[in-house]
Ligand binder design. Structure first.
Ligand code: NAD
Ligand code: DAU
Length: 381
């Protein structure tokens, strides 16, 4: 029995099946996909701590949107959904996604990211076998993955490209790398028409405030310390989430089967630069804040174990082959993001109540302020 909110008339166009569509990127993708008129969406989501139906409140009554509460590990449910909705594609976001949580408890990462992807691939394969020739030529399995599978870069290394060898360093990255390998094998062995995307760090609306940018905004607004790991000189390559969603739509429509496409914004920034920029934006946008200048809240804390030093993406394949380009600069995207969090304080209040507090206590209580890190970071400022 499927536990779903079903809309009676989803139109004649074949839908796509999205997994993990109530999370950060998934919900932005569902909203963007529906707004673009690309067709109906069926969203299968387990609603873990990271899944939030509130993100999709604006489309709840849209006849083109169907929500199904369930687990990608439930093979019978997945098979029934494929049979019932006959989607033209599966866009697979569902995952455990936070590196620090994978260090604290890797089991759920293996269960969802590896076993769950395996379950989906098997269901997709069985479903694909039932399709007509025309349906087969249109069907796609789009696996949404991460640049973390490539490991870490030295300052002078070239950016990750599609042929960079896999070298995952965290339990999260290892589980995503394993899922990528499964997808690749299902293409080559069984002929499943799958495509993989490997994207850099996303930011934007609806990001759960356990990740760097929304955590810093939420803490700064409450006058809480801004916990920078180690010396704060780790580099990430930031991409505004809507640019990622547009890239995924492009790959879905025109990407080549069996290929991998790297997605990135070309915005390499150290964590300390990101935090300082956020503090300056908050000083400007909340001039009455009693915590300004917000930079005074920065607190260097014990580093993340095995912390990758630098990520950078070479997205030229996607740009040259499929004509995608990031539209948002880091400056405009970050400003929009801070404005969104300021305008959506109720959303933040809802997601930061309850279990969130337990995670914050667990992750940060054990991290002492690090005087070595502070000295190094002060020198780098
Ligand atoms: P998220 O943690 O915000 O959301 C994950 C979603 O998956 C949630 O809605 C959750 O309820 C759902 N989910 C988890 N386990 C499930 C299961 N067993 N069955 C069904 N649903 C389940 O994640 P995100 O940041 O939106 O990332 C989405 C995808 O994009 C992930 O695969 C992640 O690896 C990848 N990715 C993320 C980033 C980033 O910067 N956030 C960058 C590159 C790639
Ligand atoms: O690169 C893509 C990946 O980006 C995605 O695959 C992951 O799902 C996503 O979580 C993200 O991983 P990161 O570990 O890079 O993101 P996070 O926001 O957790 O951390 C960004 C950087 O900020 C990282 O170097 C760790 C640092 N950090 C993070 C937190 C939460 C801090 O210094 N302090 C913090 O409190």
């Amino acid at each position: 029995m499927i536990n779903q909110q079903r809309n009676p008339d989803a139109g004649s166009q074949a839908p796509i099946l999205v997994t993990g569509g109530a999370g950060f990127i998934g919900s932005n993708f569902v909203l963007d996909y529906l707004a673009s008129g690309s067709g109906p969406v069926v969203n299968l989501d387990k609603l873990t701590y990271a899944g939030n139906p509130e993100n999709l409140a604006s489309v709840r009554h849209d006849p083109a949107y169907t929500f199904v509460h369930g687990d990608i590990n439930d093979a019978a449910l997945v098979a029934e959904l494929l049979q019932r909705h006959q989607p033209r594609a599966i866009v697979h976001f569902a995952a455990e996604s936070h590196v620090d949580r994978s260090i604290a408890g890797p089991e759920a990462f293996l269960r969802t990211n590896i076993d769950g992807t395996f379950t989906l691939l098997q269901a997709a394969r069985a479903h694909f076998a039932t399709l007509s020739e025309t349906q087969r030529s249109q069907f796609r399995f789009l696996h949404v993955s991460t640049d973390e599978v490539y490991g870490t870069l030295l300052p002078e290394d070239p950016a990750f490209h599609e042929d960079t060898p896999y070298a995952p360093n965290s339990p999260y990255a290892a589980s995503k790398a394993a899922s990528d390998h499964l997808v690749r094998a299902w293409v080559h062995t069984y002929g499943l028409p799958a495509i993989i995307t490997n994207c850099s760090n996303n930011y934007g609306p609806y990001q759960f405030p356990e990740k760097l940018i929304p955590l810093m905004i939420a803490n700064a607004l409450q006058g809480k310390p801004l916990p920078v790991y180690g010396d704060g000189q780790q580099v990430r390559d930031w991409l505004y989430v809507i640019d990622h969603c547009r890239a995924l739509r492009t790959v879905l429509e025109s990407g080549r089967i069996g290929e991998t496409y790297n997605v990135g914004g070309g915005n390499q920034r150290s964590n300390l630069e990101v935090v300082n920029t956020l503090c300056a934006l908050l000083d400007e946008l909340v001039p009455t804040s009693k915590f300004a200048p917000h930079k005074q809240l920065v607190a260097f804390v014990t580093d993340r174990p095995g912390h990758d030093r630098r990520y950078a993406i070479d997205a030229r394949k996607l740009e040259n082959e499929l004509g995608w380009h990031a539209e948002e600069s880091f400056e405009t995207g970050l400003r929009k993001t801070v404005q969104w969090y300021l305008a959506n304080s109720t959303w933040v209040e809802h997601v930061t109540s309850g279990a969130y507090q337990n995670w914050i206590a667990q992750n940060y209580a054990a991290r002492e302020s690090s005087s070595t890190a502070i000295a190094t970071a002060e020198a780098a400022r």
